[in-house]
Design a binder for this molecule. Structure first.
Ligand code: GLY
Length: 244
């Protein structure tokens, strides 16, 4: 199986001034995660490594860059799931204040195993103790070796109502391609609930799906020696990766 690692750096109304840092961050995370897969590592290890890199990147709303709650503190949500056993690891964490979306990764490894991980600081000025879709398997994160893997970003309360990650995988299970399932389910949620959202998906055959109904969402994935990335609608840029 040809391994693939796909990441997102959060969907939203990303300002022009933030675009270069977001692109740099998702490319770095995608390359690091792919390197693990290329060296025979598991999808689970690869998504964890990619998300950790974005949690350390202050331009992302996760880890060090997390937004603050009403008390001016950082409360973060995360989840990680492996598709071979449908097990989840993750949950809720509370730390000290940080600065300034959601980050996530999905991967398929050379053995055909899938994994997904998502991490967030949540919504700026959120209620203390609020949990988001990001910590909920089925809403913000899902991986099943029999279907695919999904990581979601966007308005958490709407994502939970749509059980969004699971809804995308169910559409793929019924026969939709990853890209079509991702796009159509996100559009349905936005039309019905009037809030924006983004998602990255990998099917069990390694097809990728990338979609967002917000203004922008940074994403990147590496396949063989090429990295593909973008942040605007209908934008797909690519570069050859030179091993350092
Ligand atoms: N999707 C992240 C949040 O709403 O907190």
């Amino acid at each position: 199986m040809e391994p693939v690692l796909l990441v997102h750096g959060g969907a939203g109304d990303i300002r022009d001034s933030r675009v270069p840092d977001k692109i740099k961050g998702v490319k770095l995370a995608a390359k690091a995660g792919y390197k693990i897969l290329k060296n025979g590592g598991t999808a689970l290890d690869a998504v964890e490594a990619a998300v950790r890199i974005m949690e350390d990147d202050e331009s992302m709303n996760a880890g060090r860059g997390s937004v603050l709650n009403l008390d001016g503190e950082v409360e973060m949500d995360a989840s990680i799931m492996e598709g071979s056993t449908l097990s989840e690891i993750g949950g809720k964490d509370v730390e000290n204040p940080g600065e300034v979306g959601t980050v996530g990764a999905v991967a398929i490894d050379s053995k055909g195993h899938l994994a997904a991980a998502t991490s967030t600081g949540g919504i700026n000025g959120k209620m203390v103790g609020r949990s988001s879709d990001t910590s909920l398997i089925g809403s913000g994160t899902y991986a099943d070796d029999e279907i695919g893997a999904v990581s979601i970003t966007g308005h958490g309360d709407s994502i939970i109502k749509f059980y969004l990650a699971h809804a995308i995988l169910k559409d793929i299970e019924k026969g939709s391609e990853a890209q079509e399932a991702t796009r159509s389910i996100l559009e349905k949620m936005t039309e019905q609930l009037k809030n924006t959202v983004g998602a990255i998906t990998i099917s069990k055959t390694g097809e990728v799906g990338i979609g967002f109904t917000s203004k922008r969402m940074g994403w990147a994935y590496q396949k063989a020696d090429t990295i593909f990335f973008g942040i605007e609608h209908d934008e797909v840029r690519s570069e050859k990766v030179v091993d350092e």
